[in-house]
Design a protein around this ligand. Structure first.
Ligand code: NDP
Ligand code: OXD
Length: 318
């Protein structure tokens, strides 16, 4: 059986050759070929392990049986209208989940404890007066209660924040207020001081983080104005609306890990806005060794006739 790798990513640890080494170790009986580097018979390819594959490419593999996306978000793969109708498997693993929870907790805490203000005061050698509130004074709202949103919600709850979550289908989570669908959206936003976006990018969620949404967030919180944290996808946000909302006080601050265009262009005013923290889409890097061993284990289980796990629902788009 042949596994083909098609990977468009910078960074040594993500080079196709490094992935080949990992898969050779985990799948010694399989042939591993790299798109654009090796000569291979397209009809021999049964599996493709992909990251941002070139649109149209996957349909050139007539006997493809499973596509393994090497990340959690599948928007880049599903954007290809010609994608063959075979199962698409995405990454779900605890290492990735915990890294995302670290990012969310870090950014919620730094806004809660006003770290940017403290760092500025340090530069100016200013000893600020005592002025602090409890975590329970802050209402965090997490958009998306999937693998990542649920874990972040639980950790924030344990830190003492008042946490709510919003999802497509209704959920019950201990100690967390839950809202769902269009009906629950306005109530979810109205009680939220810090909004964390962890929904996938789909037809329904594209551009959801816009001016209208920002104006619905709570305006009576201890922070003075609501805060946006987007660690989902850049396509969720309308950057012109974020800037306008920050400039007129509708938003107090934003932590953005993902952008409409990545890398974020040097001309973007987000880079230098005093109330914006920019991170380079690294909220949760996934560990390539863990992903390769997960994919290899899935291939071996599939060949034994067992069902695939973490298969994307193509109709829902995630
Ligand atoms: P899941 O598929 O496990 O969860 C998605 C959640 O979003 C679910 O709760 C789902 O609702 C909800 N959702 C989807 N569509 C809607 C909608 N229209 N309205 C309301 N809720 C909706 O995804 P993960 O938690 O694993 O990952 C979330 C996203 O995080 C990924 O798609 C990816 O884009 C991003 N990501 C970013 C990384 C980074 O480094 N910045 C790293 C990894 C992932 P329901 O439960 O009802 O299905
Ligand atoms: C992912 C990502 O989706 O890193 O895994 O963004």
């Amino acid at each position: 059986m042949t596994l083909l790798l098609t990977i468009n990513s910078a960074g040594d640890s993500w080079s196709a050759e490094r992935w080949r080494e990992r898969f050779k170790t985990a799948l010694p009986e399989h042939s591993i070929v790299i798109e654009g580097r090796d000569r291979y018979d397209a009809a021999a390819i049964r599996y493709a392990a992909v990251w941002k594959p070139n649109p149209g490419f996957l349909q050139s593999l007539p006997k493809l049986q499973v596509i393994f996306n090497l990340g959690a978000g599948v928007d880049a793969v599903l954007a290809d209208a010609s994608m063959p109708d075979v199962p698409l498997v995405r990454v779900v693993n605890s290492d990735l989940t915990h890294r995302m929870t670290e990012y969310v907790a870090l950014h919620v805490l730094l806004h809660h404890r006003r770290l940017p203000r403290l760092l500025q005061a340090q530069k100016e050698k200013q000893w600020l007066a005592k002025d602090q509130w409890a975590a329970s004074a802050l209402r965090v709202g997490i958009m998306g209660l999937g693998e990542l949103g649920r874990d972040a919600a639980e950790v924030l709850r344990r830190l003492g924040f008042r946490v709510a979550g919003w999802s497509r289908s209704p959920k019950t989570l201990e100690g967390i207020e839950t809202y769902s669908g269009d009906d629950g959206f306005a109530s979810f936003l109205r009680r939220t001081d810090i909004l964390v976006a962890l929904v996938p990018l789909t037809r329904q969620t594209r551009g959801i983080l816009d001016r209208k949404l920002f104006s619905m967030l709570a305006r009576d919180g201890v922070l003075g104005a609501p805060v946006l944290i987007n660690a989902g996808r850049g396509g969720l946000q309308v950057e012109a609306d974020i800037l306008a909302a920050l400039n007129d006080g509708t938003l107090g601050a934003a932590s953005l890990d993902v952008f409409e265009r990545e890398p974020l262009p040097a001309v973007s005013p987000l880079w230098t806005h005093p109330n914006v923290i920019v991170t380079p889409h690294n909220a949760a890097d996934s560990d390539p060794d863990a992903i390769a061993s997960d994919v290899a284990a899935q291939i071996l289980a599939y060949e034994r006739g067992e069902p695939l796990r973490n298969v994307v629902d193509r109709a829902l788009g995630y």
